[in-house]
Ligand binder design. Structure first.
Ligand code: MTE
Ligand code: HPA
Ligand code: MOS
Length: 777
């Protein structure tokens, strides 16, 4: 006979603080305008304000520089140039080619040359404009194509190959060849870059800063000031968005504020104006691709070659890992037997491009999607069928070009579910029927899949730490190395801690990220924030739980092997149910340690950057989306009529937050591929440096019919509660919007011509493609 399960065990199993939809821990504060961002921190008496003086030339030697007019401006207290930096004049995250203040040679329009500190923000900004700088201009390179032609790179080229591309290509009955350009994207975090540096005793410095990477800010500031890291404390309670733009590039602002504060021994705040922010900081890399692919009569890819050139900008920043991720995402959901993938980080006289949601992954994957779309059109087939034919298998055709075996493939099942729920086939027929009778307005439909590798592709970054404190009143505080940028990491981590201790989530609070609490943290990036810090916090909470459980056994005795249970805000031991605060009280008096650290390092990862082979990812996240658009082929205007998205968040830690992430990423990615155009004038000045000229999506651009769902699929990896990352991968879902637009344009030519559509598909670009199709049809 089966042993009856102890009632306490059943109740404990039913206890759930994770896997439940609950609001963001700061939702109420956000809505009330009471959430504190860096600029809201009450300013200390004597606070000064800094602004940066920027280069007006793309590439030039600085000649005579007259900063007297800046110094003599109203309210100005000090002006600093590169010479004033006591420590290292560098804020590059990997390679040290990124001066904080430029000396000698400027490398892009917008490069900081000096810092001016004044009594007010306005006075500092006005003064910054008064510099008289002579420039001896040098030749400049702006586009990735120019960089490629000039062999101008910030890093050595990358090359990943498998099989024998050339032999397979030569045998292929059909080929597609072409070029594609996919533009960059401004992060457009609502809260701009900002740092507030406060000198402390004994050459210490507190930097309050909007950053995804407090530890990196600590290092850069320490180096710039020429002091050890233990003198520098960086704190970030939250960001008003980061999107990758504050992974490395918050450093310039943190260092500039700290340099000034250290010199003046006064608090200095540096808050970037939006235009300056856009002129100074890097964006998503634009990519130029040349591709050549062979396929068979059914549309199966036999050989694929792509050469990608990224616009890295003037310095390396994170371009190396971005390019690596692009190379490792060119396959997307497709098995490519014989491949040749190259990537070059083109050095250009523009802002140093950096992380942006997806981190090169979207740029890698969109190329193969473009190719698959062309194969389908060439064969007169529905692109969904060609996609499916090329999907990775589950037990064969399941090794990526970089050698990782895919063991969690659900793309076929997920796609099938979405195909059904979105009524794809019937809508395909309806779109065809509509287009037959509509000469000007053309509809388009596309279903695109995604696979995204989860882990930092630099193995050692996959670690995290946390601290959990249980106070004597039973309330719990968790601190971890992750940063909150709106994505809900703190909500998820506090849910994990609450779950572990059997508490309501309301009993746990998360604090600001602080380099003096958890040391040597990684950036909150690569979508791994909740995965890594959730595990670390769980480890910390578990240790406290174990101590409390042992203590409860001491008090109440052992229940014949039934473990002490934590649920319902109480501890259940041997028939006793003690409210959590009560047991904590007793434990304190008995001198039981009520706080703990926790640590996590993702197992099983390895990567050889030379051969571009290994096991760089812990697991994959999957998704797919269907978009239907209508395009006005006379004006290039278009509308997204309906979008259906299905995303594999594993066993979601918080479905409400995850749905928000999917929706947000979808719309953000749609902006990248359609309306957000970065435009530099011929002299290399970014002219789209404000919302007046740079068009991010608005509420009215969201489809009226937007059906976003999560695909229930426990992670095969032992991730935190079997959840999957959600931050970046859904940014690939709006590929479906881009390819629906391309499908609508293609209807103009009866689907016989591949529209040469680059991204972003602005109205001008759509019209250009329409004309090309008309000319060729
Ligand atoms: N969501 C919001 N609201 N704001 C952001 O800045 N950044 C994205 C994503 N979602 C971002 C966001 C990026 S680039 C990453 S890497 C992840 O969140 C980081 O958070 P996570 O790892 O905790 O998901
Ligand atoms: N994502 C974000 N940041 C990173 C990565 C990544 O994959 N690798 C190194 N830094
Ligand atoms: Mo996200 S681009 O990894 O910060």
């Amino acid at each position: 006979m089966n042993q009856p399960v102890a009632p306490a065990l059943l109740a404990a199993q039913a206890w759930k603080a994770v896997g439940v939809a609950r609001p963001h821990e700061s939702a109420e504060l956000h809505v009330l305008g009471q959430a504190t961002y860096t600029d809201d921190i009450p300013e200390l008496q004597g606070t000064l304000h800094a602004a940066l003086g920027l280069s007006s030339k793309a590439h030039a030697r600085i000649g005579a520089m007259d900063l007297a007019p800046v110094r003599n401006s109203p309210g100005v207290v000090a002006v600093y140039t590169a010479e004033d930096i006591v420590g290292t004049n560098d804020c590059g995250p990997i390679i040290h080619d990124d001066p904080i203040l430029c000396a000698g040679e400027v490398q892009y329009v917008g490069q900081p040359i000096f810092i001016v500190v004044a009594d007010t923000h306005d006075n500092a900004r006005r003064a910054a404009r008064r510099a008289v700088i002579g420039y001896d201009e040098l030749p400049a390179i702006f586009t990735p194509q120019e960089a490629k032609a000039a062999n101008s790179y910030v890093l050595p080229p990358m090359h990943l190959k498998r099989g024998d591309y050339q032999a397979a290509f030569d045998m292929a009955p059909h080929v597609v060849k072409g070029q594609l350009f996919v533009g960059g994207q401004e992060q457009f975090y609502l809260e701009g870059q900002i740092a507030y540096a406060i000198p402390k005793e004994d050459s210490g410095m507190l930097v309050q800063c909007s950053t995804q990477h407090p530890s990196e800010m600590q290092h850069v500031v320490a180096h710039a000031l020429g002091v050890h890291s233990h003198k520098i404390l960086v704190e970030c309670r939250r960001m008003g968005g980061g999107f990758g733009g504050k992974e490395s590039q918050s450093a310039l602002w943190a260092a500039s504020a700290a340099i000034s504060a250290a010199k003046l021994r006064r608090p200095v705040k540096l808050r970037a104006d939006r235009d300056d922010d856009m002129l100074v900081t890097g964006k998503r890399h634009c990519f130029f691709y040349e591709y050549e692919v062979g396929y068979d009569d059914n549309g199966k890819i036999l050989a694929a070659k792509v050469d990608m050139t990224l616009r890295a900008g003037f310095s390396a920043d994170l371009s190396g890992p971005v390019a690596t991720r692009a190379v490792c995402h060119f396959d997307n959901t497709y098995y490519l037997s014989d491949v040749d993938i190259r990537a070059g980080c083109g050095k250009t006289n523009t802002q140093s491009n950096t992380a942006f949601r997806g981190f090169g992954g979207p740029q890698g994957a969109i190329a193969i999607e473009y190719i698959v779309d062309e194969i389908a059109r060439n064969l007169g087939r529905d692109a969904l069928d060609i996609r499916r034919l090329n999907f990775y298998g589950k037990t064969e055709r399941n090794i990526t070009p970089y050698g990782q075996e895919i063991v969690d493939n659900v793309i076929e099942a997920l796609t099938a579910e979405l195909e059904q729920s979105s009524d794809y086939r019937a809508r395909r027929a309806a779109v065809e029927a509509y287009n037959k009778t509509s000469p000007v307005l053309k509809k388009g439909l596309a279903l695109t899949p995604l696979k995204f590798g989860i882990a930092f592709n630099v193995t050692h970054l996959n670690q995290a730490g946390a601290l959990v404190h249980v106070y004597v009143d039973g309330s719990v505080l968790v601190n971890h190395g992750g940063t909150e940028m709106g994505q809900g990491i703190n909500t998820k981590v506090l849910q994990v801690v609450a779950h572990e201790l059997g508490l309501d989530a309301e009993r746990v609070r998360a604090t600001a990220t602080d380099t003096s609490k958890v040391a040597n943290t990684s950036a909150t990036a690569a979508s791994t924030g909740a995965d890594l810090n959730g595990k670390a916090a769980q480890d910390a909470a578990r240790q406290i739980r174990e101590r409390l459980a042992a203590f409860a056994v001491r008090l109440y005795g052992d229940d014949d092997g039934v473990p002490v249970q934590f649920f319902d805000n109480a501890v259940h031991a041997n028939g006793h149910s003690i409210p959590f605060p009560e047991l904590v009280q007793k434990a304190y008096l008995a001198r039981v340690q009520l706080w703990s650290d926790g640590f996590y390092a993702t197992p099983g990862l390895h990567w050889d950057p030379k051969t571009m082979n290994g096991h760089p990812f812990s697991y994959y996240a999957y998704g797919a989306a269907v978009s239907e658009v209508v395009v006005d082929t006379l004006t290039g205007e278009w509308k997204l009529l309906r979008a259906d998205a299905l995303y594999d968040a594993g066993r979601s830690l918080n479905p409400a937050i995850d749905l928000g992430q999917v929706e947000g990423a979808f719309i953000q990615g749609m902006g990248w591929l359609t309306t957000e155009q970065l435009w530099w004038n011929p002299a290399g000045k970014l002219m789209t440096h404000a919302p007046s000229t740079y068009k991010i999506p608005g509420v009215s651009d969201c489809p009226e019919d937007f059906r976003v769902r999560l695909f229930d699929n426990g992670n095969v990896e032992d991730s935190i509660h079997r959840s999957k990352a959600v931050g970046e991968p859904p940014l690939l879902l709006p590929f479906s919007v881009f390819f629906a637009i391309r499908d609508a344009i293609s209807a103009v030519g009866g689907h016989r011509v591949n529209p040469p559509l680059n991204a972003p598909a602005t109205s001008e670009e759509i019209l250009r493609a329409v004309s090309a199709v008309e000319a060729a049809a």
